[in-house]
Design a protein around this ligand. Sequence first.
Ligand code: HEC
Length: 100
Amino acid sequence: MKSLLTPFIISLFTWPASGFALDIERGQELHDSNCTSCHAAIYSDKGNEIYTRENRKINSLSELDAQLKRCKNSLGTNWPEDQILDLQHYLNSTFYHFKE
Ligand code: HEC
């Protein structure tokens, strides 16, 4: 009985911690499969150029957060907060480079 319970108890302690680790790859996957096509349609064939265009709208981490949430809402998704943070972290570390 003890050996059956041990992995369960260990996972109880480690599971919440894994929820806080930022995962850039997961953020990129989420981004590429949900966000790129619309940006490509409205801005340029390579959707990611919207983030590096000269007159880009985003000038701080909080503006990035706000725009990301607006765009996410237009998709009608209900992603958990940690996935949204992964996505934000991916965008920031790849394109914007604001101090976190
Ligand atoms: C239905 C279309 C659509 C989808 C889907 C979409 N976006 Fe956008 N996004 C836009 C439009 C339109 C703009 C330009 C807004 C402007 O210029 O004021 C934009 C701009 C942005 C910008 C700001 C670019 C800049 O100027 O620096 C960010 C960041 C962004 N989107 C993130 C996302 C993310 C992350 C997702 C996926 C969760 C996403 N968007 C999905 C339409 C979309």
